[in-house]
Ligand binder design. Structure first.
Ligand code: PLP
Length: 394
């Protein structure tokens, strides 16, 4: 199973709870001064101790002390051997795909993040000859049926966006392992506080740290965490070659955000549960998608696999597209905007925002109707959120 790397051993935080790990994982204090936060190291190059010797850091694309501190922390949170920080979630995803040889086959979810869908569907088939099958990854039989002799990678993303469907990590990773297929899990929605895919046998965890990990809508960043050292070293080599590293300041912002990650996730989830229950009992709401509701189709799986149900939900408004638009225009406190996972509540309309690139027929077939509203529930007072939603529903 996953283990911490040598670099991250030595502290007592490995066995600690997630709130403790958010603050202490990786022991990110500055060893030179004892400062409780590492400095933002801006230097791009490092004096060598000799022609053949250096102190560990050589050039900032390969390694930077601020970024290294963040990476030790994130490896500790996910229980992985090595973490790597990138300039965006998509830079992290693109680097995973560099593991594959031309002509390899990838299995990915039909209802995955739009940017992942685009790089897999449009870019890499042209530039790298990738073959891709998009299937319903909540259905293990559908994944199994898509496996070919050239299949090298299974891409998972759970909970899904915007319907919050749950994929079975244990079953999917075991299936992939039997066929020698690498499994990558986009863990953006759950965060390591609520779900740790490496514990279920995944090889790589990916994050858009732009969302909950940064948590304050002020940093664009991505992360990869590998289960093993060897895979971590390969990914590090690929990142050094392609160059999509996280800057020292962004690395610092992530490290700062992570200190409160457990606290924030607890509040996001408690607020989302209350909003979901309120919406489920409202006469102007047709259907609520939130894994914490007992009537969610995979509620039992979510309860087993996750330590919390997260801060994202979606719902269908009675009255179709027109009613959904009126709701979004009337809604106070929530900002109508792309993105998710920040401290402030955001509202989105998947049909013209997050899922606009999806052909309408495919979008409707996937259950993402014109009456669907997506909410990223922030950490405000829940009474204010419920009042704003009640008012906007009329
Ligand atoms: C935002 C997002 C991404 C892409 O991350 P960027 O930081 O925007 O590049 C990938 N997956 C999920 C689930 C996301 O929400």
């Amino acid at each position: 199973m996953a283990k911490a790397s040598d670099k991250t051993t030595g502290g007592s935080w490995q066995q600690a709870g997630m709130a403790t790990r958010c603050i202490h994982a990786g022991d990110t204090r500055d060893p030179a001064t004892g400062a409780v936060m590492p400095p933002i190291h801006t230097a791009v190059t490092y004096a060598r101790s000799g022609v053949d010797d250096h102190e560990g850091w050589v050039y900032a694309r390969a390694g930077n002390p601020t970024r290294d501190a963040l990476e030790r922390c994130v490896a500790g949170l996910e229980g992985g051997a090595r973490a790597l920080a990138f300039a965006s979630g998509m830079a992290a995803t693109a680097t995973v795909l560099e593991l594959l040889d031309a002509g390899a086959h990838v299995i990915a979810p039909l209802d995955g993040y739009g940017g992942t869908f685009r790089i897999l569907e449009r870019l890499r088939p042209r530039s790298a000859g990738l073959q891709v099958s998009f299937v319903d990854c909540c259905d293990i039989g559908a994944i199994e049926a898509a496996i070919r002799p050239q299949t090298r990678l299974l891409w998972l993303e759970t909970p899904t966006n915007p319907l919050l469907r749950i994929q079975d990590l244990g079953a999917a990773c075991a299936l992939a392992r039997r066929h020698d297929i690498l499994t990558v899990v986009d863990n953006t929605f759950a965060t390591p506080v609520f779900q740790r895919p490496l514990e279920y046998g995944a090889d790589i965890v990916m994050h858009s740290a732009t969302k909950y990990i940064g948590g304050h809508s002020d940093v664009l960043a991505g992360l990869l965490v590998s289960a093993g050292d060897e895979l971590g070293a390969r990914l590090h080599g690929l990142r050094s070659m392609t160059g999509g590293v996280s800057s020292p300041f962004d690395s610092y912002l992530m490290l700062r955000g992570i200190k409160t990650l457990a606290l924030r996730m607890e509040r996001h989830a408690a607020n989302a549960q209350a909003v979901a229950e309120y919406l489920a009992g409202h006469p102007r709401v047709r259907r609520v998608h939130y894994p914490g509701l007992p009537d969610h189709p995979q509620h039992a799986l979510a309860a087993r696999q996750m330590q919390g149900f997260g801060g994202m939900l979606s719902f269908a408004v009675e009255g179709g597209a027109a009613a959904a638009r009126v709701f979004l225009e009337r809604l106070e406190i929530f900002t109508l905007a792309e993105s998710l996972g920040g401290v402030e509540s955001l509202a989105g309309y998947p049909a013209t925002m997050s899922h606009a690139a999806m052909p309408a027929a495919q979008r409707l077939a996937a259950g993402i109707g014109d009456d669907l509203v997506r909410l990223s529930i922030g950490i405000e007072d829940v009474a204010d959120l419920l009042a704003a939603i009640g008012e906007a529903l009329g």
